[in-house]
Design a binder for this molecule. Structure first.
Ligand SMILES: [Zn+2]
Ligand SMILES: [Zn+2]
Length: 354
């Protein structure tokens, strides 16, 4: 019986990865398709990926596969072959290669069987995530987006929408993807006969969302192929007009890739035009919020004067305070209902009146 899990300590694995001399390519991919036996599928793929020294995270479920991995350059073709041949549905799937990435994000291969590749809260067995809307390439998206009868729906989180989105796109204001699906369906009910385009960062969410709308009886459902990332890449390559304004939020140190020069958000503390996300510097908070350079200086990177004061306390005292507080509302909190974000609509009014 081959070993199907890694058994070496994390530190040792990280050390080995850092000692590697061959560069790695960081790749992400996903595909919704029916996997009858996720456990067997997982074990077989694990053996092939492990032999190619693939690192990263791969999730496998009855509804499909989702991976973020790194591959040594010299094994890249063999990896692609292994993935493409693992199932007929995987043959030729898009591999998103990270551009400015040092390939050092992963040092172990973790492959897990999960109930879903994207948690959606749907337990209706008749829901089929692989029965999705029509894919649109950038030029097709642009064309359809110009028709007055088209409804464009952003399926990302509110803080992502806040710093950048497509022209005319509507937001589905929920805190989780689970809530967002039924909310989108009821918001769109009056537009049931129109053309509906859904999009997200890389495509994995809007594909499921489009399948959900079809499941709910919608007919003209489309989704942006490969999300904002692929749209931007293709639009730039082909010299197409960019219909996305502002920044594309991404979960790395940059917290967003600028797509156009438009700054469509405001500092959460003073309302000045700004689209720079940051985490509150108070370790007991880490709130994700938008802060302009002037406020960053004034509050020393904190979200409030309370956090600023707390951060100056001795470490031990900070720790005791945190322990007594429980989880709300000072910990890392992405809720749109967080008090700091409640200003958001007020700032909008404020800017309109200036
Ligand atoms: Zn400010
Ligand atoms: Zn704070």
């Amino acid at each position: 019986m081959p070993v199907l899990h890694n058994r070496i300590s994390n530190e040792e694995l990280k050390r080995r990865m850092l000692e590697e001399t061959e560069p790695r390519r960081t790749v992400s991919f996903y595909k919704y398709f029916r996997i009858e036996d996720p456990k067997t599928f997982r074990d077989q793929l694990y053996i092939r990926f492990d032999a190619l020294k693939v690192f990263g995270r791969v999730y496998i479920a009855h509804e499909g596969i989702n991976g973020q991995i790194s591959v040594p350059e010299g094994h890249f073709d063999a990896f692609r072959e292994a993935l493409y041949s693992a199932a007929p549905e995987l043959n030729g799937i898009r591999l998103n290669i990270a551009v400015d990435d040092d390939g050092k994000s992963f040092w172990v291969l973790r492959m897990k069987v999960r109930p879903k590749i994207v948690a959606d809260g749907i337990d209706d067995p008749s829901f089929d995530a692989s029965r999705m809307g029509i894919h649109l390439k950038a030029e097709e998206f642009n064309e359809l987006a110009e028709q007055p009868d088209t409804v464009i729906v952003d399926m990302r989180n509110h803080y992502e929408y806040e710093v950048g989105h497509f022209e005319r796109a509507i937001e589905v204001p929920s805190d989780t993807f689970r809530d967002q699906l039924p909310m989108a369906a009821s918001m769109l009910e009056p537009h049931k006969d129109k053309k509906i385009i859904m999009y997200c960062t890389g495509g994995i969410r809007c594909e499921k969302a489009s399948a959900y709308l079809l499941h709910k009886g919608f007919k003209n459902v489309f989704q942006l192929e490969g999300g904002i990332i692929e749209y931007t890449r293709r639009a730039r390559e082909k010299g197409l007009p960019l219909k996305f304004r502002g920044k594309n939020f991404v979960f790395d140190e940059r917290m967003g890739e600028r797509i156009t020069d438009d700054v469509i958000a405001q500092c959460h503390q003073c309302g000045a035009p700004c689209d720079t996300h940051t985490n509150c510097k108070n370790d007991g908070c880490h709130l994700l919020f938008i802060q302009c350079p002037a406020c960053a200086e004034k509050y020393e990177g904190c979200c409030s004067s309370e956090c600023q004061e707390e951060r100056q306390l001795p470490k031990e005292l900070q720790r005791i305070r945190r322990a007594g507080r429980g989880n709300e509302p000072m910990i890392f909190n992405k809720s749109k209902d967080h008090p700091l974000r409640k200003h958001r609509d007020e700032w909008k009014k404020f800017n309109l009146h200036r």
